[in-house]
Design a protein around this ligand. Structure first.
Ligand SMILES: *[C@@H]1O[C@H](CO)[C@@H](O)[C@H](O)[C@H]1NC(C)=O
Ligand SMILES: *[C@@H]1O[C@H](CO)[C@@H](O)[C@H](O)[C@H]1NC(C)=O
Length: 442
């Protein structure tokens, strides 16, 4: 038997197949079968899932489909089928090899900035499962992401070279797909359990970490304890939490319980001490490379401009909250890294990144960073983004998609900054390109 590769796995195309919404490559392979009976060359079209561990499943499925088709039309020849099976096994063998250099797994924890659909499965009001959310997503449908299209984790997955992680609660997250990673984030949550109580049923941080343990048990059943540990240790982790502890707790209502209990500086300090416990738990669960984002420019989002701003200036109070929280977070990460003797935690200054396009939106191709694309009232910043809201025609011209969340375009720019940040202004102690180059040797 002879195998010719007619079309190497290069073309990147969108596959509406099993692995919906993900990049895949197509290879065409010609099998020339030499046996007691000769057959014309067969062209086998194989879809290979880009660099993902799940490639095996994907090939298997396509090949089975083909096998079915061929055996159906050529059922008369048992010898042919025997040959074909042998050929397919050999072809499979060729492609199972790249498994060794499969993309690293990716795990996501946090709030609506990174949730990609967990809340769709919960009885909560914190959800993004109706239009116009998702209007620019490849499917043009809402997915649960708080974006017109992709969010920050999606762009990070692209950089890793794998498909987007599924929400942990998705029933599709089974079998080999588990090896790509999982997204545990849930819109509305904060560092504290009492943040987001108005959203009722959301996955609080302690619960996200419990799910991470449960996830590892499921993967252990699949590939064994040793490989599971390796997968988790090698993985990239993203955690984005903290903004809601101010917006949806301390400042939710005047004289909130937390604001009566703590001055703002003491509240920030308390949050950092609770956050530290969560990060230590994450470390205990095996995470060894964790991107930790600070809070964004909380006072400058359209929702705050609508409620607190007279002339479009950012809310000083919420900006003060962010400027108390972020430096202490950096300090805490440095302390943890020295405690663990390794750069486990990478501080990501999303506030600085977002500030860049808030102070100079035009430099990034935005016409405004004050008005949300989708919403109503002043700055389109009041209430929720719903089918009845104002909707801008060109989402790429807006830094903010809805009153709280960046547009897809802004999310892409932020992740680009993760990659290329050349100074410690954005990423401490290193950028994502450096992390990927370093960790590729593990
Ligand atoms: C949040 O609640 C869980 C479960 O009740 C508890 O184990 C955890 O300690 C709480 N976390 C905080 C910060 O209070
Ligand atoms: C990442 O950071 C390193 C070290 O600061 C720098 O040399 C490199 O150019 C950065 N990577 C990219 C792609 O900009």
């Amino acid at each position: 038997m002879k195998v010719d590769i007619l079309h190497a796995c290069m073309a990147v195309e969108f596959s509406a197949d099993l692995m919906a919404l993900s990049y895949s490559t197509t290879c065409i392979i010609r099998l020339v079968l030499v046996g007691p009976v000769s057959f014309p060359p067969i062209h086998v079209h194989i879809h290979i899932y880009k660099k993902a561990i799940s490639s095996v499943v994907f090939i298997y499925t396509s090949v089975l489909g083909l096998l079915f088709t061929l055996s159906y039309s050529m059922a008369s020849s048992l010898i042919f089928i025997a040959w074909l099976i042998l050929a397919l096994v050999m072809t499979l063998g060729t492609f199972v090899v790249p498994q060794a250099e499969a993309a690293r797994a990716f795990f996501v924890f946090g709030d609506s900035l990174v949730d990609n659909g967990n809340n769709n499965y919960l009885a909560t009001t914190a959800r993004a499962d109706s239009p116009p959310y998702g209007i620019d997503y490849p499917t043009r449908r809402p997915t649960g992401r708080f974006s017109n299209g992709k969010n920050i984790p999606d762009f990070i997955s692209e950089q890793i070279g794998s498909e987007s992680t599924l929400p942990y609660l998705s029933p599709q997250l089974t079998g080999q797909r588990l090896l790509v990673g999982a997204n545990f984030a849930s819109a509305g949550i904060g560092i504290l359990n009492d943040t987001g109580i108005q959203f009722v049923n959301i996955i609080r941080m302690f619960r996200q970490l419990e799910y991470f343990q449960e996830y590892q048990n499921r993967v252990t059943a699949l590939i064994g304890a040793q490989r599971t540990k390796q997968l988790v240790n090698r993985a990239l982790v993203l955690i984005t939490v903290g903004g809601n502890d101010f917006v949806n707790n301390y400042y939710l209502v005047p004289f909130s319980a937390r604001s009566r209990q703590f001055s703002l500086p003491n509240y920030a300090k308390y949050l950092i001490s609770e956050y530290k416990k969560l990060l230590m738990r994450l470390y205990d669960l095996g995470a060894r490379r964790v991107l930790v984002t600070g809070t964004g420019p909380l006072g400058c989002v359209p929702a705050e401009l609508a409620q607190r701003s007279r002339n479009g200036e950012c809310s000083a109070e919420l900006q003060r909250a962010a400027s108390l929280f972020n430096p202490q977070l950096d300090q805490m990460l440095r302390q943890l890294n020295s405690q663990y003797g390794s750069d486990v935690f990478i501080g990501v200054n999303t506030r600085q990144m977002s500030n860049d396009f808030i102070t100079n939106p035009q430099a990034f191709g935005f016409t405004t960073s004050k008005v949300a694309c989708c919403g109503q009232g002043r700055y389109n910043g009041l209430g929720l983004c719903t089918p009845a809201s104002n909707l801008c025609p060109n989402r790429d011209l807006y830094a903010f998609w809805d009153p709280f969340h960046p547009s897809e375009k802004a999310n892409g720019i932020i992740v680009q900054q993760f990659m290329t940040s050349g100074s410690t202004k954005y990423m401490y102690p290193m950028n994502l390109s450096t992390i990927m180059a370093m960790d590729s040797n593990i």
